[in-house]
Ligand binder design. Structure first.
Ligand code: PEP
Length: 254
């Protein structure tokens, strides 16, 4: 295993557990992280409303904090938005960018994703940038072309950055549906992403962690994480249960 690509398991809580139940979930995740050892990085992305409280909960643990979103300006008259520096102040080290739900429901384009990657890196937040095709695109054999285009939008930015970012391949048809990509399907796309990174810069390909996301569960995690180019997972539904999230992390701790 490449040491700069230690397995990373990130939990995207989406719009769940935004209050007291979020702190309880974080407490349970911290407890189970104690038996995990240092072979895997654990990141959790709670909703904004509970970020500060969860930051205190994870403070003396190995669990790291991510935000699910932000607006790529440092301050200003942007009612309802949260800046990257506010996330840093709150204790976040990571941020998810380009999740398909943001692309689909909030119209986030490839160029806006690129702007957010620049802004996150400038503020010392490590992006987990999501890419992935829809079912219609897969059925039309456009998977590799779509993912290549999404990566192309921000590849120059991450190639220039000294920070190692993570890219999550999340086939849209597998998110929250229970339909998981098979290890072969996931690895095929991960290999294509790795090759595209290598064509830009070998060191970029070596340091970038490629996560798979889409209905990852304790039952399928080991097979996915055994793929040579799968360096971790971005987990939605299963991360809302500390026992399931820990079981996935244990599968990664190889
Ligand atoms: C996600 O939200 O990024 C995700 C992969 O969700 P799920 O695991 O529920 O498919």
């Amino acid at each position: 295993m490449n040491p700069s690509r230690r397995p990373l398991i990130a939990g995207n809580w989406k719009m769940y557990k935004g209050g007291r139940t979020g702190v309880e979930l974080a407490q349970d995740i911290v407890k189970s992280s104690h038996s995990l050892g240092s072979g895997v990085d654990l990141v959790i992305a709670p909703p904004f409303t509970v970020l500060a409280a969860v930051a205190s909960t994870v403070e003396d643990s190995s669990v790291q904090l991510a935000a699910q979103n932000f607006y790529p300006k440092n301050e200003g008259a942007f009612t309802g938005e949260i800046s990257p520096s506010m996330l840093k102040d709150c204790g976040c080290a990571w941020v998810i960018i380009g999740h398909s739900e943001r692309r689909q429901y909030f119209g986030e384009s490839n160029s806006f994703v690129a702007e957010k990657v620049t802004s996150a890196l400038a503020n010392d937040l490590v992006p987990i940038v999501c890419v992935g095709e829809t079912l219609a695109q897969r059925q039309a054999n456009e998977t590799l072309r779509v993912v290549e285009g999404q990566l192309n939008a921000f590849i120059d930015i991450i190639a220039r950055s000294p920070h190692a970012v993570a890219i999550a391949y999340e086939p849209v048809w597998a998110i929250g549906t229970g339909k998981v990509a098979g290890p072969g399907e996931a690895e095929e796309v991960h290999v294509a992403i790795r090759k595209q990174l290598a064509a830009k810069d070998e060191a970029l390909a070596t340091r970038t962690r490629l996560l798979y996301g889409g209905s990852v569960k304790p039952e399928n995690a080991a097979a996915l994480l055994a793929c040579a180019n799968v360096d971790g997972a971005l987990v939605g539904g299963a991360c809302l249960d500390a026992a399931s999230f820990s079981a996935i992390a244990r599968a990664a701790n190889r």
